[in-house]
Design a protein around this ligand. Structure first.
Ligand code: AMP
Length: 400
């Protein structure tokens, strides 16, 4: 069975084609600058040369046509015919309260996702465009939606509600939804497998630390708490997002700086976090380099960033009344041994013993604590695309 996984953004389409007989990647790539006359296709077929091409690609349907054309290309392709694609799995950011699981896309599903545009104005519209485009290019192929929010649908009500007037939840569904669910689910399942324990027997904290970042408490197979909330702004300090702040700062700053709602929104999402504190950038590599060279605000940004993660880990240990494993994943989680070591060392009260030598790794699957460590720390590279492909296959099998 061959499954095409699509992640459609406003100006990009990322794709991976999987052969699910052995879960191997046949090809992957990205179309960038969709909407422009100089859009770029970067195509990486497994076992063949990388191929890049620039051409006008003005909307998502053309972008997906470009993807299917290159997949069957005599020289750069990996399949003979698009008919070999059995299903398409779409990453969809917001599944709201309706979708607690991945689902076959029908007109009804699209109607609900259209309603959820209000909840995810930046993400759901391009996701929907991607679905419509894939339907028109591959009309007879089943399309499956895999939602970033779905894994968090098991969070109990006392944890997902905000202590606001209850009518706001009733009227507008204002609550914690959580994001990065596909990644949290993938690494949580994987750590159980690597520890040779039942997923349903473990208490796991998963730290997805990329440019966007979130932490999830997974109690015996279920997400019970996560740091991102109604939007991806809440929780950890991120590349350019503030994470948790006192909400009363907003009207105060708006008055003092004469900011509009749009401006304050941009401040919190685009000019805060590591960038806002350090004043030099949002990329962790630049910040660590500057900190090493003595840049004081880069050092402060790092200290704040790591402290926030530790604080959340402590809270989630309390939320689950224990923890067996803590997993680090995504760009920073997978590649930054210094942050992992600093966070790990300050969790010694809980019985964490970091093994410096084992921790000195990047982008590999590895336990990074000593054999005597009560709580196990792991690095596990995330693979959201494979998780989407697996869910898509499962739905297809159930349909047949
Ligand atoms: P992601 O959003 O998962 O792609 O992660 C992006 C973040 O990972 C950026 O802040 C990068 O600086 C960070 N990152 C990638 N490689 C490294 C590395 N070797 N050391 C520290 N941070 C890294």
């Amino acid at each position: 069975m061959k499954i095409l996984v699509l992640n459609c953004g406003s100006s990009s389409v990322k794709y991976q084609l999987f052969d699910m007989t052995d879960e191997s990647v046949l090809a992957k790539g990205i179309v960038e600058r969709v909407g422009m006359t100089d859009a770029i296709l970067t195509h990486r077929p497994t076992g063949k040369e990388k191929y890049c091409h620039v051409e006008p690609i003005l909307e998502h349907t053309s972008a997906i046509k470009v993807v299917t054309n290159i997949l069957v290309h005599p020289e750069h392709g990996v399949i003979q015919d698009v008919k070999e694609i059995d299903a398409v799995g779409h990453r969809v950011v917001h599944g709201g309260e309706k979708f607690s699981q991945s689902t076959l896309i029908t007109q009804e599903v699209k109607n609900v996702l259209t309603e959820y545009i209000e909840l995810a104005p930046l993400h759901n519209p391009p996701n929907l465009k991607g679905i419509a485009a894939a339907e028109s290019v591959l009309p007879d192929v089943p399309q499956v939606g895999v939602f970033d929010t779905a894994f968090h649908s098991t969070i109990p009500r006392y944890a997902y509600l905000y202590a606001l007037p209850y009518t706001l939840y009733q009227r507008y569904r204002i609550r914690r939804y959580g994001f990065h669910g596909t990644s949290h689910k993938f690494v949580a399942r994987r750590v159980a497998q690597l520890m040779q324990k039942e997923f349903s027997a473990l208490k796991i904290i998963t730290c997805h630390l990329g440019n966007g970042a979130s932490i999830t408490a997974v109690d015996r197979g279920k997400s019970v708490e996560t740091s991102m909330g109604f939007t991806p702004l809440e929780g950890l300090i991120m590349g350019t997002r503030a994470g948790d702040i006192d909400p009363a700062i907003i009207p105060y700053v708006m008055a003092k700086e004469e900011l509009s709602l749009g401006e304050v929104d941009a401040m919190l999402n685009k000019h805060s976090g590591i960038l806002g504190v350090s004043g030099i950038g949002s990329d962790m590599r630049d910040i660590e380099k500057a900190a090493e060279e003595g840049h004081e605000r880069a050092q402060l940004a790092l200290e704040m960033y790591r402290y926030r993660i530790r604080k959340y880990i402590g809270a989630y240990i309390a939320a689950m009344n224990g923890v067996d494993a803590i997993v680090f994943t995504a760009g920073i989680g997978e590649n930054d041994p210094v942050s992992r070591a600093i966070i790990g060392k300050q969790l010694s009260f809980f019985g964490v013993e970091i093994d410096e030598e084992r921790n000195n790794c990047r982008g590999v699957e590895r336990e990074i604590t000593t054999p005597t460590s009560k709580v196990k720390l792991w690095v596990i590279p995330t693979n959201e695309e494979l998780m989407i492909a697996r869910d898509t296959m499962e739905i297809l099998m159930a349909k047949e």
